[in-house]
Design a protein around this ligand. Structure first.
Ligand SMILES: [Zn+2]
Length: 363
């Protein structure tokens, strides 16, 4: 095991696939766990992960040499070759959280190479938690997913914006084009309905649709929320600077926050949406807590990127900028989610909603 958090160590949280949610491969939609009201509608698309110039260069190199099956998800005509997917929703008090699949694809290289600290038992549990993520030949099959929080009155908080169109910065390694605009339409969400866009971090598979084809912000009435520590740490040469941060600053739509922030309330029915710093994957990574009162949903971002980190939170992902900090954020988030019975809404697992819990609950 990488680090000192071996099996059974403090903070180790075993993941438990969400009961009742049929999201085995992320395409089946399905209904909510224990009592949530879920709805599924037709939608579609694939998505990605990012970490820094070194990581980006490596991913492009792997893709270019054919080591990855990145070309596979894209067929002639530019349409992602994924089966029809769905908009899957869960409720939390006055809020509805919709999982929006931007894209699906294969990550460069071999899955196990990205999580070298994982033990065999971790992989066995991960395969039970998210079998869809285990591609042929030891590859990593992943989704690229955004979330929309529909608040009382219908206004929308969007969390992340996927890999973007053909030619977006993720194009060097991710299965572009994504399909988020179509998925939003299928979910009944117009760009003008979105009044806030939370970017969990500035990796290119999370900000791809933040701007439109003309380079202007794609959600004209939204403020875009980033942790100040994320923008402050951004390399000036990072494409995120020119692709998204610059345009948002010029339009006056970038809101840089510091630390935990209450984003909005749920009106008469109570509840609130909060931003929570979860650094490590990147310096200013943040997650979103949708607190509906009795029911909570945590939109994790890349605090965990594969089910093996649900099985064994101490296991690092190869491209975390600060593995020790990332691990601490992950263990804290998963411990709290387990203690509160929260549902996790993840970006890259092939099932949109999972529930942390004791491994024993799987057997
Ligand atoms: Zn990602």
């Amino acid at each position: 095991m990488r680090g000192d958090g071996g099996a059974g160590g403090p903070g180790r949280v075993r993941g438990n696939a969400e009961r009742g949610g049929r999201g085995g491969d992320g395409e089946s939609g399905g209904h909510a766990d224990g009592g949530d009201t879920g709805t599924a509608r037709r939608a579609a698309g694939p998505g990605g992960v990012r970490e820094g110039v070194g990581r980006r260069g490596m991913l492009r190199g792997l893709a270019a040499t054919g080591a990855a099956a990145l070309a596979a998800p894209v067929v002639a005509g530019g349409a992602p070759a994924v089966a029809a997917s769905r908009v899957v929703s869960r409720s939390a008090g006055p809020f509805e959280v919709l999982a929006l699949l931007d894209a699906r694809g294969t990550f460069p290289g071999k899955l196990r190479d990205r999580f070298s600290g994982a033990a065999e038992e971790d992989w066995r549990l991960a395969e039970r938690l998210d079998p869809g993520s285990f591609g042929p030949g030891g590859t990593w099959r992943l989704d690229f997913r955004c979330y929309a929080v529909r608040r009382p009155g219908g206004r929308i908080t969007l969390v992340d914006t996927g890999i973007g169109p053909a030619g977006s910065p993720a194009a060097g390694w991710a299965p572009v084009p994504g399909r988020l605009p179509r998925v939003l339409a299928e979910a009944g969400i117009a760009p003008s309905d979105v009044d806030s866009v939370v970017l969990t971090h500035l990796h290119e598979d999370h900000y791809g649709w933040a701007v439109g084809p003309d380079g202007a912000p794609a959600f004209p009435e939204a403020r875009y929320l980033l942790q100040r520590s994320e923008t402050a740490a951004l390399d000036p040469a990072d494409p995120a600077m020119t692709y998204v941060v610059g345009p948002l600053r010029r339009s006056g739509q970038l809101t840089e926050v510091e630390g935990a922030v209450r984003l909005c309330g749920g009106g008469r029915r109570g509840g609130a949406v909060h931003l929570r710093p979860t650094p490590g994957h990147t310096p200013g990574h943040q997650s979103v807590l949708v607190d509906g009162g009795r029911r909570r949903i945590v939109v994790t971002g890349d605090v965990l990127v594969h089910a093996v980190q649900l099985a064994a939170p101490a296991v690092a992902y190869a491209f975390e900028q600060d593995p020790a900090t990332a691990r601490a954020s992950r263990e804290r988030l998963l411990s709290e989610a387990h203690a509160r019975g929260s549902l996790l809404a993840t970006a890259h697992l092939t099932r949109p909603f999972v529930r942390p819990g004791p491994a024993a609950a799987l057997s």
